[in-house]
Design a binder for this molecule. Structure first.
Ligand code: AMP
Length: 404
């Protein structure tokens, strides 16, 4: 594998797999261009080197959302929606090709001039992409001399454009882009040699989604602060009455096993002592603060309470490395967002005091933005599922494809 800085890209075609899976409104307007902006350093670098840049990406799940007649909803999922904004960001012309690997696409890439930027149509318009098929991967490979993997958000997928394509390039002709390098470097800080104490906040709706993360964290974290919907499955496993709160009954046993296991490791697992409970799952529900020991029958916990907030804050402020994955309440509703925003501020404060903090997972990232502390944390990952799997210690196909 090569380092991007060592590649000789002058006069060559460079195929960059980016993650341009941006949210769009019904008219195809971009609602948040973060993913595009994060891909710019690699694209610009290659242009500065005198390369021709061929960009490929997926956008949404077009084959899962077909039109009633069974055809692809091209209008909704085309990457054409991004062309104008990409031109504005790069300040160069961008040529859009309406197919990611046809004969016409190959011909257009062959005659492209130095310094030109080509954007290919959505790679997921073709079933071979998500199956990682060799046929489509080899066609992608013919478009360029060099392959750059920069789509961290899709690196946990063994798809043709993120994984299979790389084997058609010699080690000296493929590399990670700058975004990918940054993600790997930051994830590795926590996994390989973190400064202690290490604290992870694990929130979100379900225990089942985060079991593997919690098990991995028990190998190296000093503290795990549990929050969000999943905390009630843990609380129930301790014999608490959780009323109508979210609970995965199938996981109560496993939650109890994890808590017992933690007692024999050096990891301390914290469960919230209290909650903001509501009588309905609505923004205007009646609410009150209660101890988690007994949540009444018709009430549900939708945010952590004041005692949990203070306990979690003091653990965070005493930490030197912090990982955050998942909100500790239904933060989409203002009435239940306070715990999550409070912890975002506490992480920022800990970072101001010298701690390292990594925010991974789409919801935690938007909470950090909402709390207006995005520039006071150490690193915000662009990959929700990908960062989760990375931190679980899994080998991501998009990383293995380059590492060999
Ligand atoms: P995840 O994708 O697993 O990180 O879960 C995020 C979702 O968990 C968000 O949509 C939150 O609204 C939801 N969530 C957080 N706390 C709770 C709770 N106490 N009850 C129900 N849902 C919750």
């Amino acid at each position: 594998m090569a380092n991007i800085r060592d590649l000789d890209a002058k006069g060559k075609n460079v195929l960059i797999r980016v993650d341009f899976n941006v949210p769009l409104d019904d008219q195809g307007n971009i609602l948040d261009d973060t993913r595009m902006v994060k891909a710019l350093p690699t694209i610009r670098y290659m242009l500065d080197q005198g390369a021709t840049v061929v960009i490929m990406s997926h956008l949404g799940r077009p084959l899962k959302k077909l039109l009633p007649d069974g055809s692809i909803d091209i209008e909704r999922f085309t990457l054409r929606h991004l062309v104008v904004h990409l031109m504005e960001l790069l300040e160069v012309h961008v040529e859009f090709l309406p197919n990611s690997h046809s004969k016409e696409t190959l011909d257009a890439c062959k005659i492209a001039r130095k310094g030109e930027v080509i954007l290919l149509e959505n790679t997921r318009f073709y079933p071979g992409e998500t199956k990682g098929e060799e046929e489509i991967a080899s066609q992608f490979a013919q478009l360029a001399d060099i392959y750059i993997s920069d789509a961290f958000g899709a690196a946990h997928r063994a798809h043709a454009s993120t994984s299979s394509v790389a084997k058609y390039f010699a080690p000296e002709n493929k590399a990670f882009g700058f975004l990918m390098e940054d993600e790997i470097k930051n994830g590795s800080i926590l996994l390989d040699n973190p400064t202690r104490p290490v604290t992870a906040i694990v929130g979100g709706a379900k225990v089942s989604d985060k079991i593997q993360l919690i098990e991995k964290l028990m190998e190296f974290a000093d503290n795990i602060l549990i929050g969000g919907g999943m905390s009630y499955t843990f609380l129930k496993s301790q014999g608490y009455e959780i009323g109508n709160s979210l609970c995965e009954d199938d996981y109560v046993g496993l939650a109890s096993t994890l808590l017992k296991k933690a007692e024999s490791t050096n990891t301390k697992i914290y469960l919230p002592q209290d909650s903001i409970v509501a009588n309905r799952f609505t923004a205007d529900a009646e609410t009150k603060i209660v101890s988690n020991e007994k949540i009444e029958k018709d009430w549900m916990g939708l945010d952590i309470g004041p005692q949990a907030k203070e306990t979690y804050r003091s653990v965070l402020l005493a930490s030197k490395s912090i990982l955050w994955n998942g909100p500790v309440g239904v933060f989409e509703m203002e009435a239940f967002a306070k715990g999550t925003l409070f912890l975002a501020e506490a992480i920022a404060e800990a970072t101001d005091n010298g701690a390292y903090s990594l925010i991974g997972g789409g919801d935690s990232v938007s909470a950090v933005n909402q709390a207006d502390v995005s520039d006071r944390v150490s690193f915000i990952s662009t990959g929700g599922g990908a960062m989760l799997e990375f931190l679980e210690g899994k080998t991501l196909p998009g990383i293995a494809a380059i590492n060999g």
